[in-house]
Design a binder for this molecule. Sequence first.
Ligand code: DLZ
Length: 517
Amino acid sequence: MRLVFILGDQLTRGISSLDGIEPARDVVLMVEVAAEATYVRHHKQKLVLVLSAMRHFAEELRAEGIRVDYVRLDDPGNLQDFTGELARAVARHRPEAVVVTHPGEWRVLELMRGWPGRIGVPVEIREDDRFLCAPAEFALLTAAGKTGRMEYFYREMRRRTGLLMEGAKPLGGKWNFDAENRKALPRGHRAPRRRRFAPDAVTAEVMTLVEARFGDHFGRLDRFGWPVTRAEALQALEDFLRVGLPSFGDWQDAMQAGEDFLYHALIAPALNIGLLTALEVAAAAEREYHAGRAPLNAVEGFIRQVIGWREFVRGIYWTEMPGYAATNALNATRPLPAFYWTGATRMRCLAEVIRGTRDNAYAHHIQRLMVTGNFALLAGIAPAEIEEWYLAVYADAFEWVELPNVHGMVAHADGGRLGSKPYAAAAAYIGRMSDYCRGCGHDAKARTGKNACPMNYLYWNFLITHQDRFGKNPRMALPYKALTAMGEGERAAIMAEAEAFFARMAAPEAPSGQLSL
Ligand code: DLZ
């Protein structure tokens, strides 16, 4: 018999490890282990999502007649890590071989490579064919000149899947409609309510377990509403197609206080643990365009994220690890400020995004990139510190997707492999794309002075600090022209303001509870 070991982000009936399973002979192994909850201290909602979805998936396999050996977190004897639990299961079942699908994290692949020696049984690691482009193929594709950039890779994926194609040409005459996807929301705009899922008995039991075992982890649990089964995930997708997608493009980059979901897809948690597949969600969005229910800029923008960016970052991860994580091109070394965990900062944009993250284990792309990410970039936070935060707090974060997005896109720590310029912005950008600056105690217009928004002096200080690296980058020509136009006095004031801010950041928070940042 074979032991098919399925991990918590492999909850797809078509997962390659299940190919050719013989229910009369083979056994599926699934294990809940504390090591996976604590190697970074995941948000409580993420823990509930994964554990509840695992329990539901195991029941679905059983309903098909597949034997599942399922180890719960609080089962006596649970050794609380993958290797220990696999070894115990091998002793129980004495299989001829263990079959797994390639994991989503380098750390786990390293474990898997050690398993044959540890357990004395051959381990077959199968390709994760839920992705369109295997790592080996990605390496070949992106080695050839222009395709090394996401945009050309994406075109290749469009050709390969036929999505939004008219023969060999892109539908609508353009590959990319991003320029149409940068509108701000009208003042006071209220987005429609989005479909959320009340916890069933299985989820409720897991919530109690998570509170008991990991109650000190970040995040609120009472707002849990993520889909935990494939049936729910399909309803979440349907909700996006009807309610979100028609406006997704226009307002993709917009942010508004109190509006945590807007028109975003909200399917990444389900997609990344396997309840949906990339091709099915991209094809579903394409159908909305052809049915006349969603415009091309929205549908193209969504499909680009799913078959372009998502595949691209995975390719980068598997072709560049483990060296990728160790780079630190901008020599960023400051520790992550405590307010990333508490939300206690006078900067309203950050407080609001961190509040949403705590409530939902979710923030949308622009909040992650241009608020929490932008601040970390400008403040020179050590890449490993900010990466750990993103990996812990977002329900959809697994390292294959989180690391390139944060290390490359947010922190520019890879020296430009992923993005040809850093995503640095001053308060004006945040003010244009959101209502966060209204009602903020800082002055978004001031570059220096007592009440100046830190995003401003930190932004100009960032440009000054990294002038050697970015000063000649054509995509940075405008801000460097503005910097050159500044007088020496203003440059010196900016640098002094930034230094004072960094000193406050390094100091312990005042006991009076007065916020210094
Ligand atoms: C994220 C997570 C958590 C919290 N717990 C488990 C678990 O108990 N058992 C399991 O199989 N998987 C879990 N996961 C998902 C794994 O961390 C994930 O499969 C690996 O990081 C590889 O991507």
